[in-house]
Design a protein around this ligand. Sequence first.
Ligand code: AMP
Length: 215
Amino acid sequence: MNIIMLGAPGAGKGTFSAFLEEKYNIPHIATGYIFRENIKNNTDLGQKAKSYMDQGLLVPDELVVSLVADRLAADDCKKGFILDGFPRTLVQAEALKETLEKAGAVIDYAINIEAPDQFIVDRMAGRRVCKGCGASYHLVNVPPKKEGICDVCGGELIQREDDAPETVAKRLEVYHSETQPLIDYYEKEKVLKSVDGTIGRDNVFKVLSEMVGDA
Ligand code: AMP
């Protein structure tokens, strides 16, 4: 089962990918998380990516495409994967198609989480992530059991730098110009499925389970 999660930043791709990862036991690959880990570890890639991320811009395609191709070649992706935050441009979508074609694989579902901009802005303002394991919370919708502390690993919860309101506005602008065209792209590829991301987490889980089935 090869799945792509589409949707604006903050629409819930991470939360819903984690749900699908657990349900179908296939790896959840989030390019934003990979970049944040590289920044934390001060790698070359992290240093290159940081300047773009801090401004709410996309990291250049060439830095992302090879990273994802390498990750998809790993053994744990043989029975499937969930790509969260990739592809984000048409160039990336074409590169992914080529990578998969070489491996005799296809995308089964491109799941678009629909959410209006104002919903995104409100949600990002309350989003907190674990400094340790990257788990995502929301002050109102998905609060941790203990304030400021990750339920999973006990790490400190922080606001991502790129969740600052000015950066969110830029990220939404970039989403509309660069990433939204992928909805049409995957519609034409006949793998697009859409779900309303505003109906509450458990309702979205239900819709996703019905959508993907027992495969
Ligand atoms: P995310 O955690 O998916 O919201 O990603 C955070 C940031 O990482 C984005 O705003 C981009 O700067 C960068 N990023 C993540 N995935 C990609 C991608 N596929 N292409 C380009 N930049 C990306």
